[in-house]
Design a binder for this molecule. Structure first.
Ligand code: SF4
Length: 331
C-alpha cells in the first residue's frame, strides 16, 4: 500500500478492496497449495478475494469451503443445458436501466457492478452492468421510484451496494428516505462477511441518518466465514438496522450437509443474525458444478431442522423467473 494512496484520503476499506488477490497462483501460494490446481484464466469474471477473507481459509486444504467459493475452476467452462447467463429473468424484469421489478410492492436497484469478492456461483456474473449503470442511472431510478406509489420497499443490490463510496451511498439513501410511500429500505450485501473493515465509523454514521427502517440482509454460506471481525461488523449493523438477516446459497461440497447448515445457523445466531433464506443455486452458466439436487437439498434442511430451533432453520427456496415470489421447496 503506497503512502501516496493513504495520503490521498482513501479509506482503509477501499485500500483493502484494491489490494485483493487477483491472481490464482498468488492465492494458492499463500495457502501453501499446488499451483497445478490453476486451470484457466477467467477474463470476464476473474478471481477477486480480500486478504482478510483468505486469512479464514485453512492452509494446505484444496477443499476449504471458503476457497472453493472463490477459486476459478475448469468446470466453469463446461456448458450445461439449463444454465444460462440470465438465470432468474433479471433482464425481463428491468423497469428501466438500474431498476428491477419482480415482486409486488418491491423494487430493486442495481447500485453498482462492483463487489469485494467474486463468488464463482454468482447469479449475476454475466449481468450487463455497463448497460445499467451510468451517471444518470440513479436520477432516472429515483424519478421512477417517486412516481410509482405502489412501491413499499426498495432493495439496494448490485453488485454489492457497500462497494459504493460513503458519499454515493449517503446520497442514494437520503433520496430514498424522502420518498413518502417507501416504508423501508433493504440492503443486500456480502461485504461485511468478506471485508468486515467496510463497516467502519463513517459508514455507520451514514446509516444512522436514515429515518426509514433499514433491513440488512447478509450473504454468508459457511460458519468459517464468521470470525470476530465479522461479528463486530454485524454488531455495528445491528445497532442501525431494524433486522439483520442472512441468505445463503446451497453449494455442493461447501455447505450441503446438515452439519454444515447447523454450524452456519449457530454461528449466525451467535453473531446476532437470523437465517432467512437458503437458496437453491440459480442456474447460471459456469456454476453447474455447485448444484445440489432437490432431494438432497430437502434432506439437508430436514436433517438440520431436527437439531435446530425453528427460528434458526432457513427457508429452502428457489427463484424462478417470472414467479410472484420465491418458491419454497420444503412441504
Ligand atoms: S457478492 Fe453477491 S453480487 Fe457479488 S459476486 Fe458475490 S454473489 Fe455476486
Amino acid at each position: 500500500m503506497s503512502l501516496a494512496h493513504e495520503s490521498a484520503g482513501v479509506p482503509p476499506w477501499q485500500q483493502a478492496m484494491a489490494a485483493a488477490y487477483r491472481r490464482p497462483e498468488e492465492l494458492l501460494a499463500e495457502l501453501g497449495l499446488d499451483p497445478g490446481n490453476i486451470h484457466t484464466a477467467m477474463p470476464d469474471f476473474p478471481l477477486r478475494v480480500p486478504h482478510s477473507y483468505v486469512r479464514r481459509m485453512r492452509c494446505g486444504d484444496p477443499q476449504d469451503p471458503l476457497l472453493l467459493q472463490v477459486l476459478p475452476q475448469a468446470d466453469e467452462h463446461h456448458r450445461v443445458a439449463g444454465f444460462t447467463d440470465d438465470p432468474v429473468g433479471d433482464l425481463a424484469s428491468a423497469r428501466r436501466p438500474g431498476l428491477l421489478r419482480k415482486y409486488t410492492g418491491r423494487a430493486l436497484i442495481i447500485t453498482t457492478g462492483a463487489c469485494a469478492v467474486h463468488c464463482r456461483y454468482c447469479f449475476r456474473r454475466a449481468f450487463p452492468y455497463h448497460e445499467n449503470l451510468s451517471d444518470s442511472t440513479f436520477t432516472g431510478v429515483l424519478d421512477e421510484l417517486r412516481r410509482d406509489t405502489s412501491i413499499r420497499e426498495v432493495i439496494l443490490s448490485g453488485g454489492d451496494p457497500l462497494s459504493l463510496s460513503d458519499r454515493r451511498l449517503e446520497a442514494l439513501l437520503q433520496a430514498l428516505d424522502t420518498i413518502p410511500h417507501v416504508r423501508r429500505i433493504r440492503l443486500h450485501t456480502r461485504t461485511p462477511v468478506v471485508l468486515p473493515e467496510r463497516v467502519d465509523a463513517p459508514l455507520l454514521r451514514v446509516l444512522a441518518q436514515l429515518r426509514k427502517p433499514l433491513v440488512t440482509v447478509l450473504h454468508c454460506n459457511h460458519a468459517n466465514e464468521i470470525d470476530a471481525a465479522v461479528a463486530d461488523a454485524v454488531a455495528g449493523l445491528r445497532a442501525r438496522s431494524a433486522a439483520v438477516l442472512n441468505q445463503s446459497v446451497l453449494l455442493r461440497g461447501i455447505n450441503d450437509s446438515p452439519d454444515a447448515l447447523v454450524d452456519l445457523s449457530e454461528a449466525l445466531f451467535a453473531a446476532g443474525v437470523l437465517p432467512y433464506y437458503l437458496h437453491q443455486l440459480d442456474p447460471v452458466a459456469g456454476a453447474a458444478h455447485f448444484a445440489v439436487d432437490d432431494d438432497r437439498a430437502r434432506a439437508c434442511v430436514t436433517g438440520a431442522a431436527a437439531r435446530l430451533p425453528g427460528y434458526l432453520v432457513p427457508r429452502l427456496v428457489r427463484e424462478v423467473a417470472g414467479a410472484d415470489a420465491k418458491l419454497p421447496l420444503q412441504t
